[in-house]
Design a protein around this ligand. Sequence first.
Ligand SMILES: [Zn+2]
Length: 755
Amino acid sequence: MIIDMTNGKEYPLWRNAVLYSELEERLDGIAKRYPANVRIEKMGKSNEGRDLYLVILAEDVTDEGIAKYEAFRKTALREPKRVLTGLENGENYKIPLFFNANLHGTEISGTDGLLLFIEELLAGDKAALRNAFIAISICENPDGRFKGYDILNGNCADLNRDFCAQTQPETRAIIERAIVRFLPSIMVDFHGFMSSGDVLIDTCTPPHNPNTEYDLLEEHLHKDAQAMADAIYKKMRVKSAIPALIWEDGWEDYSPVYTATFCQNFGCIAHTLETTFPNEDGMKIDAIAAAGALEYALKNKKRLLEGQCRYFLRGIEGTSKAPARVPAYYVIPFSRETQRDRETAAGAVKKLLRCGIRVFRAEQSGDYVIPTAQALRGLINGTLWQGEDITQKIKNLYDVSFDSEPIMRGFDIRMCESLDSGEKLTEIAEAPLAAGTLNLGGEEDWHCFTSGKNSSVKLANLLLDSGIEVYRGEGSENADFYFRGDSCLGLVKKFVDGHDLAVGPAALPEKTYRLKKQKALIVADSAGAYEVLSDWGFDVTMLPFSALNRGYEIHPEDYDLLIFGGTRLHIWSDPFDEDMGVGYGTSWALRGRGRTELIRAAKEFKNLILFGYAGNALNEELGLIHQAKGDEEQKNNQENLTDWHLNTGSGSFKLRFDVSDPLCGGFREEETVYLVGPLPLTESDNARVVGNFGENAFLNGWCTEKEHLNGKPVLLYRKEDSGTKILMGIDPCYRRYVDATYRLMSNAVYLVGKE
Ligand SMILES: [Zn+2]
């Protein structure tokens, strides 16, 4: 459950902005007036069940017309030479554009601006549609618009950080129904607000992602941004800031998690645009910018289409100029002997397929084989590689560094230059389910399953919910789960049919403890912990910052424990405290009012799990785990970063665990994991240290204070009659990027309930 202070009421927008509840009628009206050129599709539903609309403006919006256009785009991807030849022969292809509006809740102007753009375009002679095909996600975050959440969607997730993880239905909808389907040559993601009176339009600062063919994008990125800026200035006398021209770094397109940077992987000239204010000016600016981008696309149609085909061709022919080293094949092992987590591996394959990447299976081994000689070569590498160290390249990084499914999710992968000859490959359209096994023992026998896989926690909770006693081994050798009783075996059978777990008879170890479910309240800067724990069947309630900032009163007596944290110090000291803000309250940081209430209530909780910079700040405030302070220099560095967006590091790091301790059960002694904002802690006189950063802990990514991490404590706790206090220098569920460390959080919850 997510606590909601809006009481189901729609947030009132400025007088000319369309309410989400009015949007369908408005769109239907447009479609009725211009049936020949407008198609309204429902792409899916938001977290709270609101429709996601895709508006298509084209010369032919019939089913046949759309199918024909989709086929053209698929040819451009799979056989770019054919389209290049067509272009040479003067074929009149229509250039695809994609506009995305209102991804962040109160950044509303894109929706209104694009409605204006649509109406102006259709009221004119519509000549543009003879040369362009335009798809518009008119309100990408309906829950946020409806509720007045400034950044988040209805599930407390930031959609503009979700394009690699793809955990939210809103993200998946535009990937499938707009980006991969139409492969836009130009896209603009409409945000706001700079509140400085200026507009901001990317081209970004370096470093650029080494997996994109940046030399093919750069010229158009810059000229298209300038074309939009010029159009805005001409009509509105408002200036635009283009980061590449004014800043050295800190506004880079290195991280592939954003809407626009994700689109660049498809050879797309993709921008984020931040308009000025949530008012009539902000709206007009967006309409003008969209028209400016369209005009640029029409003027440069042939060169843009050619450039994108060359982008794909480089991938297919292996003539890439992108600096990253790419193997000929990635192989994801399939058998239980060679793959430590077949379910997360299958999840990654599903994502590759969603992105239009071709995946094959080896007939004998069942391994997934991904040849990199494909149009989307850079995206393949940027999803499956081990990253690189870019610390020396820049002083500031806006968000996380590289993406890596194997490290973040925790599955095995191989790189190779050639395959066994004779290995027959078959292309797949779906990732096959990696089913588990159930071996039946006698009626009175104990059955056991590993705790080293994420699905095991789900099964443990399922059994607990059915009234079955579940025990967990304790000690260095065994942290597995145990249960008895044949009444539940039907349920277990059903579970393992869909999850890769092996369940079978085993003797109960000497030392065990009984699992108890706990009722937790979560306050955090990302929905990660909430989504993971609720997905796994824990009893959790998420309290968003927006509700706390609006005056929500916490009742500690309703819960067993408080889970609180965040990877940035600034969620604890909102630099915009003085700012009025837009919406019911900021949802991305705690303001004075929310902070005061949290501290008051936290004192009454007996059990607390605190993580990251913000969790550490609360620990210091309450003095729960003595002396366990975050590294001072690391923290000063965070505090000195006046810009709210910066973090101190992200990427792959080595952690060492005391696997004999219940908090670390199911992990290996040393794990390579993906961390954002790692915070080295100090030892305490009243708590145990059960996890440390490894020696030379930092591997790849961006980390300016890496020497401060080495060997330092990262997991501490004390457990006594008065309660359990757990402190982590990491966020093990960060934005649901990091399946490999989720179980630290579930272990912590079980530890609280341990007697
Ligand atoms: Zn935004």
